[in-house]
Design a protein around this ligand. Structure first.
Ligand SMILES: Nc1ncnc2c1ncn2[C@@H]1O[C@H](COP(=O)(O)OP(=O)(O)OP(=O)(O)O)[C@@H](O)[C@H]1O
Ligand SMILES: [Mg+2]
Length: 258
């Protein structure tokens, strides 16, 4: 259970998160929506103990976040919005994924059979198993993002935090990705927090939605929220909501398939 209580974060005297309180239960798949600058990244960083609030607290399983991370850091997988990765490094995909496992020892030791199976498994889950021995610089942006997702999974995290995991991912794989995440939350009881601008998909796949713009404007089951009102409140009154379902006849993508 993640419990955020009266969290307030200030940067340069500006309040970027104002008195946020929420609870996220084990195995829940939560989507965080909100416009640019709403504080989404700051919120997930605060949940990870990477930003320090001026007021309030974050607890995971009843323990203060800093203590929790010290004791159980590997139980959280985190895909940052802007990962500092040198994709020109002359290493292969297998090493890039394995780095998460072998960080303290360096990447050039011999990998065990079970480690190799684990890398292959997660690459196959994210549809890039065939790239396992390619150099990372030879991958497309979307393929690199899928490799980063596989890397997050190497410790079988109990909590997975994804900050816009789909920016470089194509529409077809995006749908698949949401399905995979939903299954991980159901079958593995993985708690997943996903920041996204993809309002249609988020409302369709996640269990709970949070709409954030400095304050938490809504938090509830995805079916229980009146989106047109809340999104207008969060994004501004000029927001026009057009949510495309799979098979929408007006989508260019679907037209191609017809
Ligand atoms: N380290 C920092 N120092 C100063 N201001 C910051 C810092 N990090 C974020 N901010 C400010 O805090 C506010 C919230 O930023 P944040 O990155 O959390 O927004 P976001 O909702 O993730 O936006 P986006 O959708 O563009 O990723 C912004 O006004 C940003 O300029
Ligand atoms: Mg952000």
């Amino acid at each position: 259970m993640i419990e955020v209580k009266n969290l307030t974060v200030v940067f340069d005297e500006k309040i970027v998160l104002d008195d946020i309180s929420m609870k996220i239960g084990k195995g829940e798949f939560v989507g965080i929506l909100g416009p640019n600058g709403a504080g989404k990244t700051t919120l997930v960083k605060s949940i990870l103990g990477l930003e320090k609030p001026v007021k309030g607290s974050v607890k995971i399983d009843g323990v203060d976040v800093d203590e929790y991370i010290k004791a159980n850091g590997a139980r959280i997988g985190y895909l940052p919005q802007y990962a500092i990765v040198n994709w020109n490094m002359p290493i292969r995909v297998v090493d890039a994924v394995m780095i998460e496992k072998v960080k303290p020892f360096g990447i050039f030791r011999k990998y065990s059979k079970s480690e190799m199976e684990s890398v292959r498994y997660w690459l196959s889950v994210f549809g890039v198993e065939d790239k396992m021995y390619d150099y990372i610089k030879e991958l497309s942006g979307g393929q690199q993002q899928r490799v980063s997702l596989a890397r997050c999974m190497m410790h079988n995290p109990e909590i997975l935090i994804l900050d816009e995991p789909n920016t470089a991912i194509d529409a077809v794989y995006n749908t698949r990705l949401y399905g995979i995440l939903k299954e991980l939350s159901r079958k593995n009881s993985m708690t997943i927090i996903m920041v996204s601008h993809d309002i249609g998909a988020v409302t369709k796949y996640v269990d709970e939605i949070m709409c954030l713009n400095v304050k938490l404007h809504c938090h509830g089951k995805s079916g229980s929220i009146n989106f047109s009102d809340v999104l207008k409140e969060v994004y501004g009154k000029d927001m026009e909501i057009v949510i495309h379902e799979d098979g929408c006849k007006n989508c260019a993508f679907n037209k191609d398939k017809q």
